[in-house]
Design a protein around this ligand. Structure first.
Ligand SMILES: Nc1ncnc2c1ncn2[C@@H]1O[C@H](COP(=O)(O)OP(=O)(O)OP(=O)(O)O)[C@@H](O)[C@H]1O
Ligand SMILES: [Mg+2]
Length: 1041
C-alpha cells in the first residue's frame, strides 16, 4: 500500500496540508475515530490510546511488518520496532525507544508491544526463548509491585523504568538490565480519593489461598488494612486473583526460588500489617507526650513472621535514640511522630523491597561481561502529571519528563537545524520552544530548585518547607518560569489558585503548582536509625538484607544522598545513555480523561500536541531532510549501486556519493550535499536506495552464488570424474580378474574333459574284454554265491547223513568235494571234541579193530555197532574166575568162553579165555582150571578167516615154552574184539605190532608138524557159530564155517 492510497486522513503528518494545529488535530481525530491510532511524523510514531483492544496485534501482524518496510504498510508500533531492530541488527547501532506521554497515554502498553515484537522476530532456540521469557515476564512482576490504580490510569506506572535489552551480533537476545527510577512510595501509606495502593497488596489478598494467608497471618478482606484504600478495592477489568497467580509464575520463570517468592510475600504482608499498628498517647511522668502501641497482638504477629523481638520493634517505633559523639539519648516520640516513623518504615520497606526485586530480576537476566553486545533501550517512565495537590513526587516526575522533552528537542529540533547550518545547507529556521531553561531552573547545580532543596536540608538551624519556599522566592523572583504568591504579589498579579505554601513552574507541558509541604522530609528520606537497626536485627533474611545500614558495624554518621540528588544523578545517567543511542520516538497521546474508548477530546489532545511540540516536529521534518549520513559510510553502503564505484573507487568520498546518486538519476530536490554529509529529503528516496541496494545485493549474491555453485559443481565434477576413473579401473580390474578366473576354470574343465575323453577312447578298446571278464566274474561270483548259499541251506544234519548236495556245475566239483570233506571233518572234530576220554578209548579200540579187519573180515561190519564189552562171563561177581587171573596185575581185558579146536582131531572143547596185560589165559570152562597161560610175548601172530566165523589161530613163537605145544586154534564169538584187544595188549606189552593175517588158508603148528587149515564157507554163510572140522589127512584140516 502506498502512503496515500486508501488511508484515513494522512498517515504521515509531514504530508498534512495545510499544516496547522487544527488540521493536525482533525487528522488525528479522523484517524482515531476510524480506529487508526498510529500516525507518523517522519520516523516518529504518534500513538493515541484507543482504550480498547484492537485487532491489529499478534503473530500475523508481526509477520507482516517483519516482511515489509516502514512505509509499505499502515503506521504501526511494530513498524517502528522493526526499524529499530533492523537498524540494530544490520547497521550495528545501539537503539533506544523513547516512549513519552502523560499518565494513561499508553506508554507501558507501547513498551510491551515493542518488546513482544522484538521477542517474536529475534532469534529462536531453547536458550534464546528462555531469555525472552524472562525479559517478558519481568513486566507482570514489576507492574504488580510498581503499578497502581490512579484516577487517570487504572494501571499507572508509579516508577520509571528503563530497560536495556542486549543482543548478540546475530540479533538474538542475551539478556538485559532494568533501571528503575524513584518509586512513588508515599502511595504505600496513603492514596488519593479514588486511587489504590500498589496492585500487589490487592492481588495477594485476593489470590492467596487460605493456607498462604494463614502463613502470612493475613485476612482476605481489604477493609481490615489501614494502608489499603477503603473505597476502591477492585478495578474494572482487572482480576487481582488471577494476576496474583500470573505474578507468582512469572517470578518462577524469571528464576526466583520458592523461598525467595515466599520471603517477598512475607515482606509485603509485613507492610500491610505495619499499617495496622495503632499508636496511642501514653502518659509519661515528666509530662512530655509519649506513645505506645494499642494492639500488642499485631506487633507480635509481625515479630513472629519476621523473627523479630516485638518489644524491640515497639521501642524502635515509639522512641528515638539520639547519638552524639559523647552520649546516647533516648527520647520518646509523640503519637504523631511515632505514626510518622511507622509510615516511614513501611514506605522504606516497600521501596527497598521493590529495588531488591528489580536487582533480583537483573541478576537473572544479566549478560556475561565478555560478550560483545548491541543494546536496545526501552524507556517507559511515568508520564507528566498535574494533580490537584502536587507534591515532591510530581515535581520529580515532571522534572524527568522535562528532561525527556529536552532529549527530544535536542535530537529532533535543535540538533537537526543546527546540523543543516553546520553543513551549509540552505535553511529557514523553524521556531520551537526550548525547555532548556526550565530544566536549568530545576537542576542547576548551584541555583536550581533541587540544589536549593538540598542546601536547605543540609543547612543547620531551623529548617522547614516554608524556609525552603522563601529561598526559592528570593532566588527566582525574576525567573520567567517560576511563580509563587510572593512573586505574583511583586508583579501585582492575583491568582487565587495559588496558595501561600505553593510555587508554580511553567513546564513545557503546562503550569504545575506544587505545594512545598513535605519537600524537605521527602528529600531527606531519613529513616530513624532505631528502625533500620530493628529491621536489621530481624531473622528474616530478605528483610534484614534490605537494611544494611542497620548493622551497627556499618553504621556511619555520613548522610546518605538526598532523594532529589539521587534522582537527578540517575536522570543524568539516563540522559547520557539515551544520547549515546539512536533514538526512536513514540509520542503517546491520551484522547480523553475518562479512559473511555472512542472519545476524542480536542482540547485535551491540543494541549498534548502543543507541549509535545508535534507541530514543530512536523515543520522541521518537512523542511528538512529525513536522512543524513557522512559521505564515507554512505558511499560504503551504496557504492555497489554504481559500476564506477564498484568494486573499487579511488576518488574522494563526496565525489563517489555524487557518482552513485548521479547514476541513479535522483531528483536534485531530494538531495543536498553538505560539507561532510549527504542529506536525503524523503524517506521514500532512502527506501528507494535501500531497495536498489537490496536488488543489487541479490544480484551480487546471485553472482557469488553462481560462481560458488560453478566452482562447487566443477570441484564436484572433478571429484566424481576421479572417483569414476578409480571405480572403473577397479571395476575393470575386477572384471578381468573374474574373467581370467572363469577362463582358467573353463580351460581346466576342457582339459579335464579332453584328457578324460582321450583316456576313455584308449580305454574303450579294453573295455569289452574287461567287461566280459567283469561279467563273467560277476556271474561266476553269483553262481558261486548261489552254490554256497544252496550248500548252506542243504547241509547234512549229521556226519552219518551222506546226502551231500551235488555241485551244480562241474567247476565246483572239486570244491564241493573239498567242502564236503571239510564239512565232515569239521563235524567229526566237533563230535570228537565233545567225547569223554572213555568214549575216546572205546573208539580207539574200534578204530584199531577197523584197521585190522575192515574190508577183510566179513563179520567186521556186524561188530562195529556193538561195543566191546570185555567181560562176557561175569568175571566181576565171580571170585573163582578172578582167581584165574592169578597174580597178574591190571585188569582183565577180555573174559569169555571160547571153543578150542583140537588140532589133532578137530574136536571142539570149551575154554575160558582171559586176556590180561601180559597173558592169554585159557582155563577149563567146567572146573575153571587154568590150562594154558600164554605170555603175550609168545604170541607171534594171529590168523583169522575172512568169513563171519569166530575162528582164529594164535601163532606162538616156537621158542617159547608154550609154543612148544603148538599154536592154538580157537573160536570166539567176539573174535573182532578179542583179537583187537590182543593186538593192543601185545603192542602195549612189547611195542610190537602183532601180525593178524586174514586168510582162509593158514597153517597151524602142532608140536612138530604143521597142519594146513582150509576154511570154507558153509552154505548157511557161517556166522552162526557152528563150525565143523574135517581132518583130511594129517596135515590138512578143513573147517566149514
Ligand atoms: N495500544 C493499546 N491498545 C489497547 N489499550 C491500550 C493501548 N494502550 C493503552 N491502552 C489502555 O490504556 C491504559 C493505560 O495505558 P498505560 O498503562 O500504558 O499508560 P501509561 O502511559 O503507562 O500511564 P502511566 O504513566 O500512568 O504509567 C492501559 O491499561 C490500557 O487499558
Ligand atoms: Mg505506565
Amino acid at each position: 500500500m502506498t502512503l496515500l492510497e486508501g488511508s484515513v486522513g494522512v498517515e504521515d503528518l509531514v504530508l498534512l496540508e495545510p499544516l496547522e494545529q487544527e488540521s493536525l488535530l482533525k487528522n488525528l481525530q479522523l484517524r482515531y475515530e476510524n480506529r487508526e491510532i498510529y500516525t507518523y511524523i517522519g520516523n516518529v510514531l504518534v500513538s493515541v490510546n484507543p482504550y480498547q483492544q484492537l485487532p491489529i496485534y499478534g503473530p500475523d501482524f508481526i509477520a507482516k511488518y517483519w516482511d515489509y518496510t516502514f512505509y509499505e504498510l499502515k503506521p504501526h508500533i511494530y513498524a517502528l520496532a522493526n526499524v529499530a531492530y533492523q537498524s540494530l541488527k544490520d547497521r550495528d547501532r545501539d537503539q533506544c525507544i523513547l516512549i513519552t506521554g502523560e499518565s494513561g497515554a499508553g506508554k507501558t502498553e507501547a513498551s510491551k508491544l515493542v518488546m513482544s515484537y522484538v521477542a517474536a522476530v529475534c532469534g529462536k532456540g531453547e536458550q534464546v526463548n528462555s531469555v525472552k521469557e524472562q525479559l517478558l515476564q519481568s513486566n507482570p512482576v514489576l507492574e504488580a509491585f510498581g503499578n497502581a490504580k490512579t484516577i487517570r490510569n487504572n494501571n499507572s506506572s508509579r516508577f520509571g523504568k528503563y530497560m536495556d535489552i542486549e543482543f548478540d551480533f546475530k540479533g538474538s537476545p542475551l539478556g538485559g538490565v532494568i533501571t528503575n527510577y524513584l518509586l512513588e512510595k508515599s502511595r504505600v501509606v496513603k492514596q488519593l480519593e479514588g486511587e489504590r495502593n500498589f496492585h500487589i497488596f490487592y492481588q495477594l489478598l485476593a489470590g492467596a489461598d487460605a493456607q498462604l494467608l494463614k502463613a502470612l497471618k493475613l485476612e482476605k478482606d481489604t477493609i481490615s488494612y489501614a494502608y489499603l484504600s477503603r473505597k476502591v478495592s477492585s478495578v474494572d477489568g482487572m482480576d487481582d486473583a488471577s494476576n496474583f497467580k500470573a505474578v507468582q509464575s512469572a517470578m518462577a520463570v524469571i528464576g526466583f526460588s520458592e523461598d525467595e517468592i515466599r520471603q517477598v510475600l512475607e515482606v509485603t504482608a509485613l507492610v500491610l500489617k505495619l499499617g495496622n499498628v495503632e499508636l496511642v498517647d501514653e502518659f509519661q511522668a515528666n509530662g512530655i507526650s509519649a506513645s505506645g502501641i494499642r494492639n500488642a497482638r499485631g506487633i507480635e504477629e509481625i515479630g513472629e513472621m519476621v523473627g523479630l523481638n516485638s518489644e524491640e520493634l515497639e521501642r524502635a517505633l515509639c522512641s528515638r535514640t539520639m547519638e552524639t559523639a559523647k552520649e546516647k539519648v533516648v527520647t520518646a516520640l509523640s503519637v504523631i511522630q511515632a505514626q510518622y516513623a511507622r509510615d516511614a518504615l513501611a514506605k522504606n520497606i516497600y521501596s527497598r523491597l521493590f529495588n531488591w526485586i528489580v536487582n533480583r530480576i537483573n541478576e537473572s537476566i544479566k549478560v556475561g561481561t565478555g560478550e560483545k553486545k548491541k543494546v536496545m533501550g526501552v524507556l517507559d517512565i511515568y508520564g507528566f502529571e498535574i494533580l490537584e495537590d502536587n507534591s515532591f513526587e510530581q515535581f520529580v516526575i515532571n522534572y524527568c519528563n522535562e528532561k525527556l522533552q529536552q532529549v527530544f528537542i535536542e535530537m529532533t529540533l535543535r540538533e537537526e537545524q543546527e546540523e543543516y547550518k553546520r553543513e551549509g545547507i540552505p535553511w529557514t529556521q523553524v521556531d520551537y520552544f526550548d525547555n532548556g531553561i526550565i530544566c536549568n531552573l530545576i537542576e542547576h547545580n548551584q541555583q536550581g530548585i533541587l540544589a536549593m532543596l538540598d542546601e536547605e536540608c543540609l543547612r543547620p538551624g531551623v529548617v522547614s518547607d516554608s524556609t525552603f519556599l522563601a529561598k526559592l522566592n528570593q532566588l527566582f523572583s525574576k525567573h520567567g518560569y517560576y511563580e509563587s504568591k510572593v512573586t505574583q504579589n511583586a508583579q501585582h498579579q492575583y491568582d487565587h489558585t495559588m496558595g501561600l505554601s505553593c510555587f508554580r513552574i511553567c513546564h513545557y507541558a503546562g503550569k504545575v503548582t506544587y505545594s512545598v509541604n513535605g519537600f524537605i522530609d521527602k528529600n531527606n528520606d531519613l529513616l530513624f536509625r532505631d528502625l533500620s537497626q530493628a529491621m536489621w536485627n530481624a531473622q528474616h533474611p530478605l528483610l534484614r538484607s534490605l537494611f544494611p545500614e542497620g548493622d551497627p558495624k556499618q553504621a556511619s554518621l555520613k548522610r546518605p544522598p538526598t532523594a532529589g540528588a539521587q534522582f537527578k544523578s540517575s536522570v543524568a545517567i539516563l540522559m547520557k545513555n539515551l544520547y549515546s543511542k539512536n533514538p526512536n520516538y513514540i509520542r503517546c497521546i491520551k484522547p480523553n480523561e475518562h479512559q473511555q474508548r472512542g472519545q476524542f477530546s480536542s482540547e485535551l489532545v491540543a494541549v498534548q500536541v502543543r507541549y509535545l511540540g508535534l507541530l514543530e516536529n512536523v515543520r522541521v521534518r518537512r523542511a528538512g531532510y529525513a536522512y543524513r549520513q557522512l559521505y564515507g559510510p554512505f558511499l560504503e553502503r551504496y557504492r555497489l549501486l554504481s559500476r564506477s564505484t564498484w568494486p573499487r573507487w579511488n576518488g574522494g568520498e563526496r565525489e563517489g556519493v555524487e557518482k552513485v546518486l548521479g547514476e541513479l538519476s535522483m531528483s536534485s530536490e531530494e538531495l543536498a550535499f553538505g560539507k561532510t554529509k549527504i542529506f536525503i529529503r524523503s524517506p521514500k528516496t532512502l527506501f528507494y536506495l535501500e531497495e536498489q541496494r537490496r536488488l543489487r545485493l541479490q544480484q551480487l549474491a546471485t553472482l557469488i552464488q553462481k560462481t560458488y555453485r560453478g566452482w562447487r559443481c566443477r570441484t564436484y565434477y572433478q571429484l566424481m570424474r576421479k572417483s569414476q576413473i578409480l571405480i572403473s579401473a577397479w571395476f575393470r580390474g575386477n572384471m578381468q580378474k573374474k574373467r581370467y578366473g572363469k577362463i582358467k576354470a573353463s580351460t581346466l574343465l576342457i582339459q579335464a574333459f579332453v584328457r578324460g575323453w582321450k583316456v576313455r577312447k584308449n580305454y574303450r578298446k579294453y573295455f569289452r574284454s574287461g567287461a566280459s571278464l567283469t561279467l563273467a566274474n560277476f556271474i561266476y561270483k553269483n553262481i558261486a554265491r548261489k552254490f554256497l548259499l544252496g550248500l548252506k541251506n542243504n547241509l547234512p544234519a549229521s556226519v552219518l547223513d551222506k546226502n551231500w548236495p551235488m555241485a551244480p556245475y562241474r567247476c565246483f566239483t572239486r570244491a564241493n568235494q573239498e567242502l564236503q570233506q571239510l564239512f565232515y571233518r569239521w563235524k567229526c572234530k566237533k563230535f570228537r571234541d565233545q567225547l569223554s576220554p572213555k568214549q575216546v578209548e572205546i573208539l580207539r579200540e574200534k578204530l584199531c579193530a577197523s584197521e585190522l579187519f575192515k574190508g577183510k573180515k566179513a563179520s567186521y561190519p556186524q561188530s562195529v555197532p556193538i561195543p566191546f564189552h570185555g567181560d562176557y562171563i561175569g568175571l566181576q561177581g565171580n571170585p573163582k574166575m578172578q582167581k584165574l587171573k592169578g597174580k597178574e596185575e591190571g585188569p582183565v581185558l577180555v573174559a569169555e568162553t571160547v571153543k578150542k579146536v583140537n588140532r589133532g582131531n578137530g574136536k571142539i572143547s570149551s575154554r575160558i579165555l582171559l586176556l590180561t596185560k601180559g597173558h592169554v589165559i585159557l582155563a577149563d570152562a567146567k572146573n575153571s582150571q587154568v590150562k594154558t597161560v600164554i605170555g603175550l610175548d609168545s604170541v607171534a601172530g594171529v590168523s583169522v578167516t575172512s568169513f563171519k566165523d569166530g575162528l582164529f589161530t594164535l601163532h606162538l613163537s616156537e621158542i617159547s615154552s608154550v609154543g612148544s605145544k603148538g599154536d592154538f586154534l580157537l573160536v570166539s564169538e567176539h573174535v573182532i574184539e578179542l583179537l583187537t584187544r590182543i593186538y593192543q595188549a601185545v603192542l602195549n606189552a612189547t611195542q610190537r605190532q602183532l601180525p593178524i593175517t586174514v586168510t582162509d588158508e593158514f597153517s597151524v603148528r602142532f608140536k612138530e608138524n604143521d597142519v594146513a587149515v582150509k576154511v570154507i564157507q558153509s552154505p548157511g554163510g557161517g556166522g552162526n557159530g557152528k563150525l565143523s572140522c574135517k581132518k583130511k589127512g594129517s596135515h590138512h584140516l578143513e573147517v566149514a564155517v
